[in-house]
Design a protein around this ligand. Structure first.
Ligand SMILES: C[S@@+](CC[C@H](N)C(=O)[O-])C[C@H]1O[C@@H](n2cnc3c(N)ncnc32)[C@H](O)[C@@H]1O
Ligand code: SF4
Length: 532
């Protein structure tokens, strides 16, 4: 078996690093073109982002703001109504197949507000064949009546953010303990016939140990959820657990060292009636009967990413994806909708970018790439480029081909190596589709640096976030979130030394003095011959 190549995955976000401002008018036109000639019951994924929180947790990477006045929720509801109405016409003839209410904290909406939001969406969009609808809940902010409203509208899946049952760790990151409220919510949910409850835990909280994680895990498994997702925390600039590179590496290597449990279906298996799926950035602990019914679909990193379906996001911070055309982030005002506001951040993609990312996600999930479905989705655009990468990996012995599927044990989830060829393909194609938009505008704070770059003519993009002078760096290779790691064993010629040199240089430059992004980019270009 060929040796794994040297990349590791921190998070998978299907966003190229190029984000040009666009208005609602622009993105609506993209939807119209995409749906022109689509069949009348075309399936859509809808994501509604409720951006408010009762607290700001120090580790959080989600788009959110502190709720200051309850009237902000009323303004937000009006804004969503206007945005939903604006897009509904363009999406006439489609039907919602999956729907996700995330945040932030959607359950800061009162039961009556949630009711009116659901009424509004059901009126504007076809929900007649909707399959999977999820409401995210922060248990400590739960108000009685919320699950009842959700169930009345047909929502049968909840996802509750708990992170840990260790009261001290929770306090340290700015959260309230909520195990009792969680038990109450699960009891209500089970009584009302909700058949799918996920609970989120986090790995990387202060003082996290394997023993502590298993204490939290057994406490929440005792409540009989359908699944528990243990998320490896992605470093964020404000979160002190990742002060240095060595701390970040320590958290990651201890996550990787968590045990593997075989998928033993006997009741005496270590986790009883739960199966343990160790994925690159999350461990999914899933009820075996749910898996046996064929309902467990590893959406891999989160519910919102890489599902091979067009996704319409509503509300500030929501992500959207017009398959094979564009991905965009909604950065419009929280409290009002204006179709001329250039608040969407758009990256053009095509069948090559999307097909390559789908192939990457497929291979990371279970080592199998269903080329036939990629073919159906993007033909004829992406096929030649993607097939040639698959064939090259097959010739190198990483994959074997059977019918329309490529599979191989050579693609491992933790060190994904060869599947990185798809990142190369997607990124280089995205560069071509988004000329002149190579540096994304990210918020800057005192002592903060944030940087994206296409490196040295290979399709390696670097994202560096440096929150404070004492911090070494966080380097993410590829805006898709692949981070450089020193590994034993062979790697592509020149990549690791080049990456080490580059990340060291970035660290030095940022600690020397604050620089604007364009300054940093030109300094790097000057010092690194061969970079563009
Ligand atoms: C969008 S949050 C919202 C849920 C809810 N507000 C809460 O706090 O439980 C959804 C999940 O993202 C995960 N999350 C938050 N910050 C993260 C980070 N930095 N890296 C990885 N996962 C994170 C947490 O496990 C959280 O439950
Ligand atoms: S973890 Fe949840 S409650 Fe905490 S800031 Fe993030 S979205 Fe808000």
């Amino acid at each position: 078996m060929p040796a794994a190549r040297a990349h590791r995955l921190t998070t998978f976000r299907g966003f190229p690093p190029f984000r040009a401002p666009a208005t609602a008018r622009d993105v609506r036109a993209l939807w119209e073109r995409r749906l022109d000639g689509a069949p009348s019951d075309y399936p859509i994924w809808m994501h509604v982002h409720v951006p408010f929180c009762p607290q700001i947790c120090t580790f959080c990477h989600c788009g959110k703001e502190l709720l200051r006045r309850s009237s902000d929720l009323d303004a937000w509801l009006v804004r969503i109504r206007d945005e939903a109405t604006y897009f509904a016409d363009a999406l006439r003839g489609t039907r919602i197949q999956h729907q996700y209410f995330g945040g932030g904290t959607p359950n800061l909406l009162s039961p009556a507000q949630l009711d009116s939001l659901l009424d509004l969406l059901e009126e504007r969009f076809d929900h007649s064949t909707v399959e999977r609808r999820t409401l995210e809940i922060l248990p400590s902010a739960y108000r009685d009546g919320t699950v009842e409203v959700a169930v009345r509208h047909g929502i049968r899946r909840l996802s509750c953010g708990v992170q840990s049952t260790d009261v001290h760790a929770l306090r340290e990151v700015g959260r309230q303990p909520d195990l009792e409220m969680l038990a109450h919510i699960l009891e209500r949910a089970q009584t009302l016939g909700v058949n799918d409850v996920n609970i989120d835990l986090a790995w990387g909280l202060p003082g996290d140990t394997e023993e502590g994680l298993f204490r939290s895990l057994s406490a929440v498994l005792a409540l009989e959820p359908t699944s528990v997702s243990i998320h490896l925390l992605i470093p964020t600039p404000k979160y002190s657990a990742f002060r240095t590179e060595s701390e970040a590496r320590d958290i990651y290597s201890r996550f990787r060292a968590l045990p593997e449990y075989p998928h033993d279906h006997s009741d005496s298996a270590p986790l009883g009636r739960f199966a343990w799926y160790k994925l690159p950035t999350v461990v999914a602990v899933v009820a075996k009967d749910y898996v046996a019914r064929g309902e467990y679909r590893s959406f891999q990193y989160s519910d919102m990413e890489t599902v091979g379906m067009d996704m319409l996001g509503l509300g500030r911070y929501a992500l959207s994806h017009v398959l094979g055309r564009a991905r965009y982030e909604n950065m419009t005002a929280v409290d009002r909708f204006d179709a001329s506001e250039p608040g969407y951040r758009l990256a053009y993609v095509d069948g090559v970018v999307d097909g390559a990312l789908d192939a990457l996600a497929d291979l990371l999930r279970d080592g199998t790439c269903d080329f036939a479905s990629i073919e159906r989705r993007y033909a004829p655009e992406g096929l030649e480029a993607i097939r040639s990468v698959l064939d090259a990996l097959t010739a190198e012995g990483y994959l074997a081909r059977a019918d329309g599927t490529y599979a191989g044990p050579g693609i491992t989830a933790d060190v994904f190596g060869p599947a990185g060829d798809f990142v190369d393909l997607a990124l280089s194609r995205a560069v071509m589709l988004n000329p002149g938009a190579a540096v994304a505008d990210r918020p800057q704070g005192p002592g903060a640096a944030s940087f994206e770059l296409e490196f040295a003519g290979t399709s390696v993009a670097i994202r560096l976030e440096k929150a404070r002078p004492s911090q070494t760096y966080f380097a993410t290779v590829g805006a898709f979130g692949i981070s450089h790691e020193r590994l034993e064993g062979p790697s592509p010629p020149g990549l690791v030394p080049a990456m080490e040199r580059l990340t060291a240089l970035l660290g030095d430059l940022v600690s020397e003095r604050p620089r604007t992004l364009p300054e940093l980019a030109s300094e790097l270009r000057r010092r690194l011959p061969g970079s563009r």
